[in-house]
Every structure is written in C-alpha cells, then in structure tokens.
Design a protein around this ligand. Structure first.
Ligand code: ADP
Length: 507
C-alpha cells in the first residue's frame, strides 16, 4: 500500500451512452473505445458498461451472452429487473444493461433524442452502479461521460459508496458543454437522488434556472477528476462567453479540471491500408494520393484535366458550431481562386439542409464544386485521401477529429483557432511557433476576411512551391495522432487521484 502506485495495474470502468463501433453517434463513441484500447494495451483492466440498445451493430460484438444474475435496480420508488449481457467489442469486455421497464428505454431504434432521455439515462446510470455493486467489482476509477451518465457521480457518493461500492475515484469527461441535460429538479428523484439535498447552488442546481437541475454541473461538483477534450477548450469553457453557464462552476473546481486532446483510431484511419481507397499510399509514396484525387474527381463528375488544380475538402455535420456561413463562403471563394471544393455533410436542422440543397443544385453539373448532403463513411475516406486542403472553420470545437484525420491523409488543414483545432493545427507562417510543429493554416476571426487570408495563403503556397508543399504533406502524414499520448495523460491523472485517495485513506 505504501509503495509507489505508479505503473500499478488500474481497474477502470467506463459508464457511457456510446461506444464505437457498436453504438456510435459522435466523438464520444470514439473516445470510449480509443481510450479504453490504449489503456488496455498499457496493461490496465478496462471494462465498459453500456445500455443494450436495439439499434446497436450486433455483428461487431463477439461472444454476446446473458449473465446469470438477477439485477434489480431502483426507479420511481420501486425495483425493476434488468437483464445483463456481456460481450467483447474491439477486444474489450463490455456489459450491456437491458432494463425490464415498461417504457422500453433502449428499444426505440435510436440512441438519443427521445422525450424521456433524462429518465432513460438516469435509469441507466443507477442500474450501471447497481451492477458494479452486485457483481462485487472493486474498480480504481469509474469514468463517466457527458450528461447522460453524469448522474453516476452524485449517485456514487450519495448512495453507492455508503452501500460498499467505495473503492473508486470518479472521473467525468465532458465532450461538449453545449449539451447539459438540464431538467425540472423533481425529475431527479426518479433515480433516487435527493432533490432537496442536491438542488442547491453549490451542487446540482442549474446556474440560470433555480427550479432545474444540471447533471453536468452535478458531475463537475461530485467527481474527483473532470476532463474535457482539449486544453484550449478547457480554457474557453472557463470564460463567460464559452462556458455555457458553467464557467463559474468550472472555476470553483479548477484544481481537478484538465483538458486532454483526443487521439484518433490510427488503425481505422490509415491511408496505407484503407480499403475504401482506390489506391493506398503513405508518406514515402504519394503516387496513390494523386490517383485518389483523380478517382474522386471522376466519381463526382468534376473536371480532372488539371492535376495541379487544388482540391479543398470539407466533411462536417452542418450545424452552426461548424461555421456553416464560412463553409458556404469558402465554396465561392475557392471557385474564384481557381480551386475545386467537395463538401460532404448533412444537417439535423431542416432549414440548413434546405439551404445547402439550394447551393448543391446551383452547382449541379459544375466542373469544380460538388456538395454531397448525406452521411457516407466510404466517401469520407475518399475525400480525406483525395483532397489537398481541408477546411474546418468552426465557431467552437471541443476537440475535432477531422483535422487530425485530414493530416494523416496528407490533406493540409485550414482551421479556425479555437478549441482542439488550436491545439492541433499550427500555422505554417507563424514565427512564434517552433518550425517543427507548424502543419497548416489558421485564422482567428470567424469572418470572411479571416478565412480568406488563410485560404489564399494556402493556395499561394500550393501553386508557387510544389516541393515545399509536398514536404508539408509528408510532415503532416507523419504526425502521431494516436491515442498513445492522450492515454498516457489519462493514466497519469487516474494514478495521481488514486494515490491521493490512498494517502488520505479515503479508500
Ligand atoms: P463532431 O463530433 O462535432 O461531429 P468531429 O470532428 O469530432 O465532429 O467528428 C466528426 C466525425 O464524423 C469524423 O470522423 C468525420 O469524418 C465524420 N463525419 C461527419 N460528417 C460526415 C458525413 N456526412 N459522412 C461521413 N462521415 C462524416
């Protein structure tokens, strides 16, 4: 007990609403599997607890079977039975909880967006902790994510630590502070949390509505470690402009709050082995990249006469966060500058989807512009591989994955300096940054002038200095964006927290 806890094997249990590839909606799913795999590789025991959705990719779960246990969990004043399944996803042990509740919480054909999401996920958070208690688990770290499993933190300290599930430190990661899951305070009682005890300004009460509770705030208050997905975003959310109402809470708890940049799955995103590509390629042999560019232009009906005409790619959910007014502007500006533009994106916001359909129609049959307004995994790989430049003009970006994927595929990012983009894209012309880190083009002001400046510098470089551009492409392809270094940082904060707890004999 007194020896250094460093390098000891940790037992980490993630409780989450998503995990790639079985139940993935966005970046959260990638983080849960990417981080877990990297920690497992380092020798730690990592397990995951998920809801058993009807809409999972069951073909990606190995050896799925029902556990022989009676799991009863509390909700709305009584106990409900749950079936517990276990299987292996990407080499990781995963428990799936199937509630026997008349509302069929996870039998809706969708992960999120139901009217009773607060009830669905507060139920799940409680059932997950009940599973750990009844299965006799003694984890060192319970890691919960986003508002859907934020309930785990107050539930753990108020109800489960007293019941004997008390070996763990709680880590909470917020992947996007835009989503906080607030609800009328009374709703919290369903999962057994004490409304009077928790609906207080220093606990779970929402900072702008006193009759509402905020699960993300609760997790910030009640967790031992709070993280978000990049160092710059961690600073931004501590300001009144960026904090979405939680900046004061984050500032009060700043000692336990840290931003750690996500990694990407470098096996899934590898141009040397990518089966979606016409030709595989690597940093030492870029011939394949040129072949992919030609193939994509042909596939989309774009002109392919001029191999040196720069191709700008953009892949994004078309929501205001992604800077859609700047994406729209960049399409026209690229055309004026003599480039080609390919946008792959779809919008959950009907009027935005309609607006982009209008632009797509306007350029129908055009030689240089193509908008593909749907979700298409295979096409996304082709665009990363084919494009020379990649546009990410986000208004805010907690981490962002597309800039890292683009670089791995030799597409030079043109990004706004915000959040994780500011931690991963460094301007080629910025003398304040050591030369070896410079890898793309950035701009600060979220307006057309700002974007034009970066886009024009990129075009100028591409057109006037082919050799130096190729060097930049190779350099970007060799940057290490794997989960290794992020996992190392998580390992360190887990270990520190566990060591602190042991030193003060809390566990
Ligand atoms: P966010 O999670 O905010 O959407 P990220 O940059 O973290 O943004 O992750 C976006 C991921 O989704 C990337 O892997 C990107 O390739 C993918 N993606 C986004 N839109 C599409 C689309 N229309 N078709 C295929 N993949 C997409």
């Amino acid at each position: 007990l007194t020896s250094s806890p460093k390098r000891s094997r940790l037992h980490v249990i993630h409780i989450a609403a998503e995990m790639a590839p079985v139940a993935k909606v966005g970046g959260l799913g990638d983080v849960v599997s990417g981080l877990s795999r990297a920690l497992q590789k380092k020798g730690h025991l990592v397990e995951i607890v998920l809801p058993k959705y009807d809409c999972m990719q069951y073909d990606r779960i190995r050896d799925l079977r029902v556990l022989d246990m009676e799991l009863e969990s509390y909700f709305d004043g009584r106990l409900f039975r749950n079936k517990v399944w276990v299987g292996t996803v990407e080499g990781l042990p995963v428990y799936f909880i199937e509630p026997h509740h008349p509302s069929k919480f996870f039998w809706r054909g969708t992960v999120y967006g139901e009217h009773d999401d607060f009830r669905r996920f507060s139920y799940f958070s409680r059932a997950a902790l009940e599973l750990l208690l009844q299965a006799g688990k003694k984890p060192d770290i319970i890691h919960c994510h986003d508002w859907q499993t934020a309930f785990v933190a107050p539930l753990y300290w108020d109800l489960y630590a007293p019941k004997g599930l008390n070996s763990a430190r709680i880590c909470f990661t917020c992947h996007n502070f835009e989503y906080q899951g607030t609800a009328p305070a009374s709703e919290m009682a369903s999962c057994g949390l004490d409304v009077h005890h928790l609906n207080r300004p220093d606990r779970m009460q929402d900072n702008s509505a006193h009759d509402r509770v905020n699960p993300v705030k609760g997790a910030i208050v009640f967790s031992n470690i709070v993280t978000t997905v990049s160092p710059t975003y961690a600073q931004e959310v501590r300001t009144s402009e960026g904090g979405r109402g939680l900046h004061s809470t984050l500032n009060s708890h700043s000692k336990k709050f840290i931003g750690i940049l996500n990694g990407i799955d470098t096996d899934a995103w590898d141009p040397a082995t990518d089966v979606y590509l016409k030709s595989q390629f690597n940093a030492n042999d870029l011939q394949g990249k040129a072949e992919n560019k030609e193939a994509l232009r042909k596939h989309l009906g774009l002109s392919y006469a001029d191999t040196r005409r720069p191709l700008v790619g953009c892949i994004a959910r078309l929501v205001p966060q992604k800077g859609i007014h700047l994406i729209r502007h960049a399409i026209y500006r690229t055309l004026e500058l003599g480039g080609q533009f390919v946008l792959l994106g779809s919008s959950p916001v009907p009027h935005i989807q309609v607006e982009f359909e209008g632009i797509a129609n306007h350029f129908k049959g055009d030689d240089h512009i193509r908008l593909i307004l749907k979700y298409d995994e295979s096409l996304s790989h082709s665009i990363y591989a084919a494009s020379d430049m990649f546009l990410i003009p986000s208004m805010f970006e907690p981490c962002g994955l597309t800039q890292m994927i683009a670089m791995r595929y030799g597409s030079i990012p043109i990004a706004r300096k915000t959040g994780g983009l500011n931690d991963s894209v460094f301007d080629v012309d910025d003398d304040t940054i050591p030369l070896q880190f410079r890898n793309g083009y950035t701009f600060l002001n979220p307006d057309e002038q700002g974007l034009n400046g970066a886009l024009e510098r990129a075009f100028n470089h591409y057109k006037t200095n082919k050799e130096s551009w190729q060097k930049l492409v190779k350099k970007d392809m060799n940057i290490d964006f794997s989960w290794e270094s992020s996992a190392l940082q998580y390992e360190e904060i887990y270990e520190k927290s566990v060591a602190r707890a042991r030193a003060t004999s809390l566990v």
